[in-house]
Design a protein around this ligand. Structure first.
Ligand code: AMP
Ligand code: MG
Length: 363
């Protein structure tokens, strides 16, 4: 059994979580150049810092670097358009949803792999993570309203509507088949898939493959919404620093994670996307048992693993499960987690203690 650290009372006002990357610009020396870019893709903010060490006499470092940030951005757009989106007809998820109730739909090997992994996390989390909640997430539509930034006219779904949408969910009903001529999936009529809880994570996995195929990239920190990949090393040496947002005051951080390259960090929190109705906050992470926004003892949770899919999926699952059951789930995947409750108390797995350091203001 792992032991967990309970933070002292001093921290109770502090809490927090979502990670803001802390970038180091110093150290872009003669041989290594760095480039920063901020774009939007996959419905979220993409922030890239890439260090390129030049080894070509004919091409400047910045040209090589530019190409890589463009390649990475293009990859994210492709993922959205070809695979992950339920909104774009061109995407596999939208195709699967459109064929609900009509038998098997052929899918790419990568989609089959993702859905298989989703099933496993659903099973291990007793259904706290469930990508079949598409009808519920559309009913609540928090993402759209939160993006618009004005919840004035937002109307809460009625209980009958929630019950109706809830009846269409159930990860066990997603049928995956592997045959000689390829993979296929079928979902029941009415069910709709929503891969929003792991999409940013698989984006990190795809980005990692591209970076590994470009030896001129010596280091990078890439943030896709709330999920961050550290890669390689900084020109000046030392580990990457990733700030952990305070969920009670998202303009502040509660501390910093110090990580080598090759880590994925994902955060799920009730402050990320939400609407407020009569002073009550309704956020975007749903409890698949109730059909409504999850209310556990967690206001924010941050996961560190070496696998983007896992960090993203586990952060959502742990948010729904709460601290105790969440930590049990993390043990199954050998993942590290940091939980912040609604009073700001921080609890973390033993392994997280090697990464996390409190902000000076929190000490
Ligand atoms: P994340 O921010 O990674 O925790 O993912 C939240 C997004 O995943 C939401 O915006 C929904 O699209 C979707 N989602 C919400 N609740 C769940 C859940 N319990 N299981 C799987 N996906 C969910
Ligand atoms: Mg997630």
């Amino acid at each position: 059994m792992k032991k967990y650290l309970k933070t002292p009372r001093v921290l109770r006002r502090a809490t927090l979580l979502a990670m803001l990357p802390v970038f180091f610009l110093a150290g872009c020396g003669q041989k290594t150049e760095c480039e920063k870019s901020i774009d939007t893709a996959m419905g979220t903010v993409i922030s890239q810092t890439v260090y390129v060490t030049g080894n070509s006499a004919t091409t400047t470092n910045s040209k090589i670097n530019e190409k890589i940030t463009d390649i990475l951005l293009q990859k994210l757009n492709d993922l959205e358009q070809k695979e992950l989106s339920w909104r774009l007809e061109s995407a596999e998820v939208a195709r699967i949803n459109a064929a609900a109730g009509e038998g098997q739909t052929s899918v790419s090997p990568v989609m089959a792999e993702w859905l298989g992994r989703c099933r496993q996390i659903s099973e291990e989390s007793a259904g706290a993570f469930d990508v079949s909640i598409g009808r519920l997430s559309r009913l609540w539509d928090i993402d759209t309203w939160a993006a618009a930034g004005d919840s004035g006219d937002y109307e809460l779904p009625r209980q009958e509507e929630i019950a109706e949408a809830l009846a269409t969910t159930g990860w066990q009903k997603i049928q995956l088949e592997q045959q000689a001529d390829g993979d296929s999936v079928s979902i029941p009529a009415e069910m709709q898939l929503d891969l929003g809880a792991m999409g940013k994570g698989v984006a990190l996995d795809e980005i990692l493959k591209i970076l590994e195929a470009h030896p001129e990239v010596s280091g990078a920190v890439i943030s896709v919404g709330g999920s961050i990949l550290t890669y390689g090393s900084k020109p000046e040496g030392g580990a990457w620093q990733i700030a952990v947002t305070d969920p009670l005051d998202p303009s502040e951080s509660v501390g910093v994670l110090t990580l080598d390259g090759g880590h994925c960090v994902s955060t799920s929190g009730d402050y990320e996307r939400y609407v407020e109705v009569d002073g009550v906050r309704y956020h975007h992470i749903l409890n698949p048992r109730t059909g409504s926004p999850a209310h556990s003892d967690v206001a924010g949770v941050t996961i560190v693993t070496k696998d983007g899919f896992l960090s993203d999926a586990l952060s959502t699952a742990c948010f729904v499960l709460g601290q105790e059951e969440g930590q049990q789930l993390l043990e199954k995947y050998d993942a590290e987690g940091l939980f912040i409750d609604h009073e700001g108390t921080i609890t973390m797995t033993e392994g997280m203690r090697q990464y996390f350091h409190l902000s000076n203001s929190q000490k």
